[in-house]
Design a protein around this ligand. Sequence first.
Ligand code: SAH
Length: 231
Amino acid sequence: MEPGALNDLRFVGARRRLIEQIRAKGIEDLDLLQLFDQVPRHLFVPEGVRTRAYEDAPLPIGYGQTVSQPSLQALLLQILEPTPQDRVLEIGTGSGYLTALLALAAERVYSVERVRELSTRARFALDAIGLANVALMVGDGSIGWRKFAPYDVITVSAASPSVPRALTDQLADRGRLLLPVGTRRAQTLVLIRREGDRLVRESLEQRCTFVPLLGRYGWGEEEEPGSRRPR
Ligand code: SAH
């Protein structure tokens, strides 16, 4: 942990208020809320938005990408229920903030990001807080990360036109895959559970807007933002 990173007095109170806001949205699990107390979000966002690091809001992280709203990330964690024995695959490392939350809750996190600079920055922040159980890769996460499959938890932080087959193939027995599925502008969360050879699909009510998943099983990179046509 970077000396003083967690106890930086400018941020301690703000972090507590953020946790209260997440609680107010119906996330009651204390272990889960505790994770938000252990990750200094201000180290994961660019300097220009650092003073806003503990708002319950998405923030720009550069390269046209955003770190999601903390209460939405709390909801993802509540649904996925990562345990200390779980191996997690994350698609869309972005800032690395969700990566850090997952790394505290699970055994090991494998995270794929297509923008090299974001992956580099995420690595820097993860190292700063001493999280060593994270492997990062730069590449197209819509095809997963076959080398370390299968995974108990797979989470996708970018909007997909459909559920990539490559990801369900990399799901362990009793594994959970959560991803936003829909158009480039609006999605709902879809949860898939593997039970042996069966995949059980559940569409959740939660409406959300994630940045698009680009790549082989995502959207085409050549399309204008806002286009609804899958490749
Ligand atoms: N959970 C992240 C969210 C970042 S936004 C956070 O807490 O910051 C989603 C990220 O997905 C972006 O950084 C974007 O570059 C990345 N992304 C989009 N398509 C991708 C793909 N096919 N493979 C890997 N990363 C992808």
